[in-house]
Design a binder for this molecule. Structure first.
Ligand code: DNO
Length: 350
């Protein structure tokens, strides 16, 4: 496995030098943040990003994400041109030897939370999702700051987009995903890039928008759309975790053994209702994800992909990007690598 850490480029308050000092981290997960959605990612800019990361003694292992333009998700008539741009971005990353691409197919919103700083009893804060709070938000009236947005829309733009999605139900979104995959996956394959779709977070419909990458049945459907090792999953424990019906460990074993998990996000959550949860520290005992069994599954399937500790709490008075501080994610790395070494050695000595 390759232990990685997400870095938001030169604007990230966490310098690469600090990341390099976290034991065991060798890979960086990053992106270009100044390319308009839908445009080709220029080779020169990618090269520069890679060069900066290599100068710090690290490797650019994963691109997370090249955002998929809403017109592709909506199946609009200009999608072919946008898909061709997407293909060119994949070719560019492939030509630099960057092998993993994480992306998502969530309409309008990326990951969504209702509180970015819920306080725990120890004074640390975490990200929280409460369905009752979400229901109170009227997107057409209230102004809304959500952390996961790749774009901040004006009220008018958002309204136009929400209206457009009234015509797109789950089936239509599946059809648009299929159209996209059938065109990009062959290019990814040729370019030596493994794509991993990120699950919908939370894994259910929000604001009446369709959301489809939510459970095992969806993943079964997804992986057979194009039978290729480039058509994979970014297996995010924290995104699937709120769905109590999903057996995460079984899924890791199933899709991992098929070679369809190039990348995994490891994070723990605590369910607080059928459709509510908050994030917790990485170890098993604090949440509903059995991290021991998750790591054991990855070791037993011979996982060689990239792992990144996902969202951390804010601790030790750190200020920064919610979910993406240095300290708790670094603790996450230490816990996960400790588990990995312990389980691996136990299995070897059996
Ligand atoms: C949240 C992340 C997501 C992820 C995208 C991938 O912290 O896991 O924003 O980067 O959904 O496209």
């Amino acid at each position: 496995m390759i232990m990685t850490f997400r870095w938001y480029g030169v604007d990230d308050p966490i310098p690469l030098k600090y990341i390099r000092q976290i034991p065991r981290v060798s890979g960086i997960v990053s992106a270009l943040y100044d390319v308009p959605i839908g445009d080709v990612w220029p080779l020169e800019k990618l090269k520069l990003l890679q060069k900066n990361i290599e100068a710090a003694g690290l490797k650019l292992s994963v691109i997370e994400s090249i955002p998929v333009h809403e017109d592709i998700k909506l199946g609009r008539s200009n999608r072919d041109e946008l898909i061709e741009n997407y293909c060119q971005s994949i070719r560019n990353m492939g030509s630099l030897g960057i092998e993993i691409l994480c992306y998502n197919f969530m309409p309008v919103f990326d990951w969504t939370r209702t509180d970015l700083a819920m306080e725990h009893s120890d004074g640390s804060t975490c990200l929280c999702y409460n369905q009752e709070e979400l229901k109170k938000i009227d997107l057409r009236k209230d102004s809304l700051e959500l952390p996961g947005w790749a774009t901040n829309y004006t009220k008018k733009e958002l309204e136009v987009l929400l209206d457009a999605y009234l015509e797109v139900d789950d089936d239509a979104l599946w059809a648009n995903l299929e159209y996209f995959l059938k065109r990009v996956i062959p290019v990814a394959e040729e370019s030596g890039v493994k794509m991993g779709i990120h699950p919908d977070d939370p894994p259910w419909s929000i604001f009446n928008l369709p959301r489809i990458i939510t459970d095992e049945a969806a993943l079964d459907r997804f992986i057979h759309i194009v039978e290729s090792s480039s058509n994979g999953i970014t297996f995010c424990t924290g995104s699937f975790g709120p769905n109590s019906k999903m057996d995460l460990v079984k899924c890791i074993r199933k899709y991992g053994a098929m070679g369809r998990i190039p990348f995994t996000h490891l994070r723990n959550i605590k369910r607080t209702g059928e459709y509510s949860f908050h994030e917790v520290e990485h170890p098993t005992e604090f949440g509903d994800i059995n991290m021991y069994e998750v790591i054991k599954a990855y070791i037993e399937i011979g996982f060689t992909g990239a792992i990144r500790p996902d969202h951390g709490r804010m601790i030790w008075d750190e200020k920064g990007r919610p979910g993406y501080g240095l300290y708790d994610r670094a603790l996450g790395v230490m816990y996960l690598t400790g588990l990995w070494e312990g389980i691996q050695k136990t299995l070897q000595n059996k």
